[in-house]
Design a protein around this ligand. Structure first.
Ligand SMILES: [Zn+2]
Length: 143
């Protein structure tokens, strides 16, 4: 492989990851709406590298969550995978899960929309924070 080709592939790899991360952001919005309003749609955008792609993918919220649990996984319509920049890691009903390679993988992981999300919205464990009123206090409170 010539240096020229090398550079082109590297560029392509990064561009692909960038585009796909964009589609991932859109799907994250869809997921947010689904979580808030209730699951009303199983339609997600195809996360392939073609920014003009208008294909949609059907997958349940559960499947989507499973996909997003990996920072370097993207869902694409069968046939939209690009063998030179990504590997198909799983064939699912109606879509493929692909993983980026090299610099593409680095980009995808670095821009994982869920990576920086803290557990700020954690729910207090029920019972743990419950205050117990000592019997003496209860006595004093009674009229
Ligand atoms: Zn596509």
């Amino acid at each position: 492989m010539t240096q020229q080709k090398d550079a082109t592939l590297r560029e392509r790899t990064l561009k692909a990851a960038r585009n796909q991360s964009l589609f991932r952001e859109i799907n994250e919005r869809i997921a947010e709406v689904n979580r808030r309003v209730g699951p009303f749609a199983d339609g997600w955008v195809c996360e392939c590298l073609d920014t003009s792609c208008a294909a949609s993918i059907e997958m349940s919220m559960h499947e989507y969550e499973r996909l997003r649990s990996h920072p370097n996984h993207f869902a694409v319509t069968p046939g939209h995978e690009q063998a030179d920049v990504e590997d198909v890691v799983e064939q699912c009903q109606g879509y493929l899960i692909v993983a980026k390679r090299g610099s593409g993988a680095e980009y995808a992981t670095a821009h994982d929309p869920r990576a920086g999300r803290s557990r700020a919205a954690k729910h207090p464990r029920s019972g743990a924070g419950e205050e117990r009123v000592p019997p003496s206090a209860r006595l004093r409170l009674s009229p």
